[in-house]
Design a protein. Structure first.
Length: 619
């Protein structure tokens, strides 16, 4: 029997009604609004049918066609905004169901990855997107339009001071010190140990606990030689001041000693002021990539970034990589700079400048005098740590974060006075530490540590953990140690001077007869043997630059040594230090007539170098 137009119309309306009902059941709106109104949804309607997410498409003749999209549904449960102080990133927390029945695991994905739908791969092979060029767009649209009342949550992705709603607060994994309740901090795995306790309301019990915590922090000074423990103690209490000071601290602390001297253990006790650091797991190390270390140096704001175990290596490549890494880290923290990066569209991405303090534990010292001037080297000797007292403090290490919480809260209350007093006091302490012959950066190290010592002793006196006289005595003791450290560091810088290394190498190869220097007038003795690298007279040495440089580089390669400067840079250094006589045009070399021939030489007039190369090398 032939169907009439009226019959076809009834069938069409019945099919549409069923589709509308299924869509309303999917959206949870059955009986509240009409699914037949497409004016608010130009892309069509979404609904479940036989476990499939579907949509309705209008055909050429106006009929409705059901299009299958996927065998799963999903909703955005929450949107997380993560702010690291430079970038603000959005993440979606997504819940899903397979065939409308079976729950799928919650996923968190970057918002920029959402529209591509590749994140469904994390659910395995069972969720299926139907083929088609626009399917992904429709599924994405169905998720967004079906996600009502999405919770938006804000998180901060760094530690340290941050202005939030007009109030300065100190961020840590557990939240914040100061500010409103509910401030969320999200750090990467491994950094979540930077967690401080809240500051409880003053009660007899909490006051006693704080006194015990301050006593535990002070006992840190007693577990080893004071020349080791006082600089570390000041670094702990300087770190929360880092970005509050202008200028920012421009040095790092370098805990140096042989294996077995408990360097890492006392570094962990220092870190324990900022959270539960009972073991070395997740500490930064020199096996980490430079990019990872740079990012952590940016994230760990106003706290200590400990990079553990800079040690010698038998492999030249590994040794050079570690040397490059430590040089880069130290310079980054000193200059407060980092590598620039570009986005794919060639716009600047920004830099991850260090925003805290660096503590390195090491069995080997860095080279280069410029790097040595940027570190405060604290040397731990064998037997320099009292194991009994160290173990006793380890048992009380859970108290140390309470001392830091109280200190940070005290800084917050006194922030204006601290920041206003710093510039003048820093200049006074720097001038007090200055001494003829010291590298200009060394008095600044003493000034920063001295200011930290004054600040923490003021805090301890205010909390009656020290008397004023004890506080002054502690500062005076620390100040003497800081000045001694500066003098020792100056000697290390002098010993690592590239000019001294150059002189020693030339003297050695002449003494070993691996090269020779002839008398300029032919009347004196030949010094050394082998290839000629220059001439001498009664006052000066005249080096043939290519020959002398080649001889030195050959010796360095043979001995596995590394000379840290290029030829031109080093020759310019000699000229700038007035070690060589420049030509009338200011060049490092000049034309000198020797035995009737015009030769381009580097004329060295320095008496110490002359004595080392000529007199000490003369057999």
């Amino acid at each position: 029997m032939k169907k009439t137009i009226s019959d076809m119309k009834e069938i069409k309306e019945a099919v549409k009604a069923r589709a509308d009902q299924e869509q309303l059941e999917y959206l949870g709106k059955a009986g509240t609004e009409s699914a037949g109104d497409k004016s608010s949804d130009p892309y069509g309607q979404y609904f479940l049918k036989n476990g499939y997410l579907c949509r309705i498409k209008s055909g050429h003749n106006g009929e409705d066609i059901v299009i299958r999209l996927a065998n799963f549904t999903a909703t955005i449960e929450a949107e997380d905004i993560v702010d690291d102080g430079r970038d603000v990133n959005h993440f979606f927390s997504i819940l899903g169901k397979l065939k409308g029945i079976h729950p799928l695991p919650r996923l968190e994905i970057p918002a920029q990855n959402f529209s591509g739908m590749a994140w469904t791969n994390k659910w395995g092979s069972k969720p299926i997107l139907e083929p088609g060029q626009t399917v992904r767009d429709f599924v994405r649209h169905s998720i967004q339009t079906g996600s009502n009342g999405v919770e938006v949550r804000r998180h901060y992705a760094h530690t340290g001071w941050r202005e939030i709603e007009g109030d300065f607060v100190y961020l840590h994994t557990g939240g914040s010190i100061g500010g409103k309740e509910g401030i969320s901090v999200r750090l990467s795995r491994g950094l979540d140990r930077y967690a401080l306790p809240g500051l409880p309301t003053s009660t007899p019990e909490s006051d006693d606990k704080l006194k015990e915590a301050l006593a535990a922090s002070l006992s840190f000074l007693d577990i080893g030689d004071r020349s080791v423990m006082l600089p570390l103690f000041c670094l702990v209490y300087l770190a929360p001041l880092t970005t509050l000071l202008n200028p920012l601290p421009n040095f790092s602390e370098y805990l140096y000693g042989e294996s077995g001297t408990f360097k890492t253990t006392i570094a962990l006790l220092a870190l324990s002021h900022f959270g539960p650091f009972s073991g070395v797991e997740s500490l930064s190390s020199f096996d980490d990539t430079v990019g990872n270390l740079e990012k952590r140096s940016f994230t760990l704001k106003d706290t200590i970034h400990c990079v553990d175990d800079y040690h010698p290596s038998h492999h030249k490549y590994n040794a050079q990589q570690r040397e490059n890494t430590v040089q880069r880290l130290i310079r980054g923290y000193s200059n407060r700079t980092a590598r620039g990066r570009l986005n794919p569209d060639m716009t600047e991405k920004g830099r991850y400048e260090p925003r805290g303090m660096l503590l390195v534990t090491a069995e080997e010292l860095p080279t280069l005098e410029s790097t040595l001037a940027r570190v405060c080297i604290v040397e731990v000797a064998n037997g320099g740590i009292d194991k009994v007292l160290m173990s006793a403090l380890q048992e009380k290490s859970s108290l140390l974060p309470y001392a830091m919480t109280a200190y940070i809260s005290w800084i917050k209350d006194n922030m204006g006075a601290i920041t206003n007093a710093f510039p003048k006091r820093f200049v006074e302490l720097r001038q007090r530490a200055a001494k003829d012959g010291l590298h200009r950066k060394l008095p600044e190290q003493a000034a920063f540590l001295g200011f930290a010592m004054e600040t923490v002793t003021s805090f301890l006196v205010d909390h009656q953990a020290l008397t004023e006289s004890d506080g002054r005595a502690l500062f005076n003791e620390a100040w003497c140690i800081f000045k001694n450290l500066s003098e020792k560091q100056q000697q290390r810088i002098k010993d690592d001077d590239p000019v001294k290394l150059f002189t020693e190498v030339l003297s050695t190869i002449l003494h070993q007869h691996a090269a020779r220097i002839d008398s300029k007038d032919g009347q004196g003795n030949m010094i050394g043997a082998g290839d000629r690298i220059g001439y001498y007279d009664a006052e000066c040495v005249y080096l043939l630059p290519p020959a002398a440089w080649h001889a030195m580089m050959t010796w360095c390669i043979k001995e596995g040594a590394h000379f840290p400067f290029s030829k031109n840079t080093f020759f310019n250094m000699l000229r700038n230090r007035s070690i060589i006589v420049p030509s009338p045009s200011g060049e490092s070399t000049m034309i000198v007539k020797i035995k009737g021939k015009a030769m381009r030489v580097m004329k060295i007039l320095d008496k110490d170098i002359y004595e080392s190369i000529i007199i000490n090398s003369d057999d």
